[in-house]
Design a protein around this ligand. Sequence first.
Ligand SMILES: CC(C)(COP(=O)(O)OP(=O)(O)OC[C@H]1O[C@@H](n2cnc3c(N)ncnc32)[C@H](O)[C@@H]1OP(=O)(O)O)[C@@H](O)C(=O)NCCC(=O)NCCS
Length: 169
Amino acid sequence: MVGIAILPDSRIVRATINDVYTLADLHLELNQEMAAHSVFCPEELLEWRTVEHLIRHNLGAEGFLVWLARTHQEGDGVGFVSAALDRAPMPTARLITGTILNLYVKPASRRSGVGSALFQTARTAMTAAGARAIELSYLNGNERAARFWSAQGFVPESTKAVLPLSGPR
Ligand SMILES: CC(C)(COP(=O)(O)OP(=O)(O)OC[C@H]1O[C@@H](n2cnc3c(N)ncnc32)[C@H](O)[C@@H]1OP(=O)(O)O)[C@@H](O)C(=O)NCCC(=O)NCCS
C-alpha cells in the first residue's frame, strides 16, 4: 500500500486486520501512560483492548478508521490514530461530526511530526467523508496533549467530570 511520507524513515498507512497485534501493543502502552492522568483507571481497563476487541469493534467496525505510522527500517508501528464518523441526531440532519478516539506516538518518535501527520491523515479522510467538525477529549493534566491539540487548532469546549464509586462489583 502507498503511504504518506512524514519523515525520511516513516510513513502512514491505513491499518488492516494484519496490524491487530501491533495495535494491541500500542493501545496497551497508551492506556498505561494515560493511567497516570486518570482518577479512575482500574487494572481491567488497561488491557481491555484485546485483539478480539480490536477486530470486532475497531478494525472490523463500520465507520471506524485506523491509521498506523510505520518506520521503514523495522516495519513496526510507532504510532496510530483511530477515528469515527457520527451523524448528529439533529433535525438539520446530515451534519456529520468526526471524532478522534485515540492518538498515540511512541515516546522515542515524538516531537518529529508523527502525531501531526497521523492527525492530518484522519482529518483529510473525515473532511472528504463530509465531516463539518472534529471533536475529541483528553485527560485533565495531560499537558502534552493539551499543547498538541492546541497546535492543531482545537479549542477546549466542555469538561467531563468523574466520581469513582467503590463497593462490590
Ligand atoms: C500527543 C502526541 C500524540 C503528540 O505526538 P508527536 O508526534 O510528539 O507530535 P508532533 O511532533 O506532531 O507535534 C506537533 C506540535 O504539537 C505541539 N507539541 C507536541 N508535543 C508537545 C510537548 N510535549 N510540549 C509542547 N508542545 C508539544 C508542538 O507545537 C509540536 O510542534 P513542534 O514540535 O514543531 O513544536 C504524543 O505526545 C503522545 O502520543 N502522547 C501520549 C498519548 C496522548 O496523550 N494522546 C493524546 C490524547 S487523545
